[in-house]
Ligand binder design. Structure first.
Ligand SMILES: [Zn+2]
Length: 429
């Protein structure tokens, strides 16, 4: 429900904010108010272990994307920025986590962004001086308490919306000073960095690989982590979409934790036409005649629903000829919304991106033996990625409505879905 207090260790010379925040809405013990079956509750509760949410404005051409040139810097012709220095808490991800299966993928293509090296002209020079970002100043006004409230909305309006660091960490920007970018880290801390690959906004698609780091999500009987599969599918999807001419970024490029707030802030900053969170389902479903795909869409958003319906059709079609001991939930099979007791989207990544067309996909169940084995096969992941890319093509280019819509479910209280700030350790930036 409400995470324990965390005092943010970020220090900025002039503001020295002593922030305290809480992930109020994305973690906590659930109380199901209206569900058809307890089994459905178990399933949803499990799948929620580590989900998040963001959004942004729709519209725009296939433009934007990674910039190869530096951000505006009229007073300094810097081609190579100074050595980036992460000034906030930097902790190495436990080795055990790095030894997960996703450390040894066999990329079909190379969706991983090129590392940003000091010798690369892509390094963003320090931005020129602007006034202190109002949003950061206001951070001082956040009361310290038991909760870690969200950061105040950012007033930053620069062209460069985010940075991809040398370590492949995505950082939404909140402001600039004479020589640094003020950013939000994956653990939703304020920090400052001096370089990175600048990314402008208005992307076509931002893909959100669910979970990561010490939050693996669901785990298959074969030991396969959902976080690993989510990232691999996201990488394949990004590669496929870029081949088709879209501008695409991921919310994470490696196995590290990202809070829901940070996923949402990044997505909102990049303002994609579509924000798609990739997950694979958990729980204890029943034997099912077809793949038990579930897609979650935003409440009252016809374009989110339309995309969800198309994704459902494409996933069903893609795996229609795959022989497997499929399992699924009769009650939740299909496309639906999930509502909390405040009348908004239950899932943070959908709720926190109200201006974006956002969906959350659960293509199949990683917790079932047969499907976990399928998800360990590169061809299956490629098939899923192609299906998702085809879905986006259809959504962009047609008026198709999709199908598979079922009744939504209303929950009371908060579901513990991970993605909160509690215990979050930022990766090296
Ligand atoms: Zn998940």
């Amino acid at each position: 429900m409400i995470s324990p207090e965390y005092a943010v260790s970020f220090r900025w010379p002039e503001w020295t904010p002593n922030l305290a925040r809480a992930d109020v809405t994305d973690a906590g013990a659930p109380t199901v108010a209206s569900m058809r079956t307890f089994g459905a509750f178990v399933t949803v509760a499990l799948l929620l272990l580590g989900c998040g949410a963001p959004s942004g404005p729709a519209g725009g051409e296939r433009s934007g994307g990674v910039r190869s040139e530096p951000s505006p810097s009229p007073t300094a012709a810097i081609t190579v920025g100074p050595e980036p220095v992460a000034t906030a808490v930097v902790v190495v991800i436990p080795t055990a986590e790095l030894e997960s299966l996703e450390q040894s993928p066999t990329p079909v293509r190379d969706p991983t962004p090129p590392p940003v090296s000091e010798s690369s002209a892509a390094l963003a020079p320090p931005p020129t001086v602007t006034s202190e970002p109002d949003d950061v100043r206001r951070a001082d006004e956040i009361p310290t308490g038991d909760a870690r409230p969200d950061l105040p909305p950012s007033d930053y309006r620069g062209d460069v919306r985010a940075l991809r660091t040398q370590n492949g960490v995505m950082l939404p920007i909140r402001g600039v000073t004479a020589d640094k970018y003020l950013v939000v880290t994956p653990c939703y801390n304020l920090d400052s960095v001096t370089g990175g690959l600048p990314i402008s906004g208005a992307l076509d698609v931002v893909i959100d690989p669910g979970h990561g780091g010490d939050e693996p999500g669901a785990v298959g009987p074969n030991g396969l982590k959902e976080s690993t599969v989510n990232l691999r599918v996201a990488e394949l999807l990004r590669s496929e979409l870029m081949d088709r001419g879209y501008s695409v970024e991921l919310t994470r490029y490696s196995d590290h934790r990202v809070t829901i707030q940070s996923r949402a802030e990044l997505a909102n900053a990049l303002a994609p036409r579509v924000f798609m969170s990739i997950h694979h389902n958990g729980g204890f479903p029943e034997p099912f005649p077809v793949v038990g795909t579930e897609v979650f869409v935003q409440l009252g958003d016809p374009e989110s629903s339309r995309l969800g319906g198309i994704v459902f059709e494409e996933i069903q079609s893609a795996f229609a000829d795959v022989e497997a001991d499929w399992m699924g939930n009769v009650e939740t099979f299909g496309v639906a919304w999930r509502q909390n007791d405040e009348g908004t989207d239950l899932y943070g990544v959908l709720r926190r991106t109200p201006d974006l067309v956002s969906i959350l996909t659960e293509a199949m169940f990683i917790t079932t033996a047969a499907e976990a084995d399928l998800l360990a096969m590169p061809d299956i992941l490629e098939t899923e990625a192609i299906a998702l890319a085809d879905s986006l093509d259809r959504w962009f280019d047609t008026d198709d409505l999709g199908s598979g819509f079922v009744d939504g479910v209303v929950f009371e209280g908060d579901l513990g879905n991970g993605g909160g700030t509690e215990g979050c350790i930022d990766p090296p930036l």
